[in-house]
Design a protein around this ligand. Sequence first.
Ligand code: SAM
Length: 318
Amino acid sequence: ALYQTPDVSKPRYVRVNTLKMDVDSAVLELGKQFTVQKDDMVPDLLILPPGCDLHAHSLVTNGSVFLQGKASSMVAAALAPKPGWKVLDACSAPGNKTVHLAALMKGKGKIIACELNKERVKRLEETIRLSGAANIEVLYGDFLKLDPKDPSYSEHSLNFCTCYISLFLTSKELQVRAILLDPSCSGSGTAANRLDHLLPSHTAGHGADFNGSERLNKLAAFQKKALEHALSFPAVERVVYSTCSIDQIENEDVVQSLLPVAISYGFQLATPFPKWHRRGLPVFDGSEHLLRTNIVKDKVGFFIALFVRKDMVNDCKK
Ligand code: SAM
């Protein structure tokens, strides 16, 4: 059943880029051609009939709406950054979730979008340009090499250079308060990848061990390092870890192995979208907090974990 082709009879989703257009105007405009409904769980997400092709629609080409699925749109929404926060998108290209963060923050505050791959940085910059977001700084480099104690991510005490700025800003405004970590993964939850699985490995072009255990182990090792690094930023209150993989080794296993570290930093798992009924595989106590989407039922297999610092959990329920 895991290898079934996704159901093309499922609806299409578009996310309204509220930096450029409000949701009601988008409903009105798209409603001239299609039946449009608002999603009842993810803010700013619209549901359109299956099979409608919007690639050339003016609202898409001018960046007023983004062709972004429900599962993908849940990731930045789960992080729920507040306007004015400083947020780090650790592995950001092509930037769909980065610009979603900017919209959720109403263009206020700052997003640092880190990306290791130079070619993909260009795509990230193009996505940012299309979105109209003006509060995103692109950082071409390795997230693992960012120093969590660097004043630009974690400033607590005021040094000479920041003292003038600090006359106007509280120190909290200099700190990274939320991290979105959507690292490289096998992509085993995506339709394209499922087709790769069905091809002989030499025609798939990824080598004999594509998505075999060696590749998955390497990816999981990187994902664990990246999650541990994200949790180590001293002022961070919320961390989202997400993949478009259906493999336990990249999902529940990564979270379970980092749980003791997370707890030692004062984090606990919180429940993104409590009304969503597909949760983590029941492989450890607490996996019910995790969110999964199903490749057949939801068109894509996504995974989301949300870590919140304990003393902030009540705060985020408000
Ligand atoms: N969040 C993106 C979006 O929704 O558009 C997709 C991110 S994609 C799954 C993972 C990205 O992480 C890739 O562009 C990859 O080049 C980048 N990446 C991998 N290792 C990295 C590292 N150590 N530091 C920063 N970026 C990295």
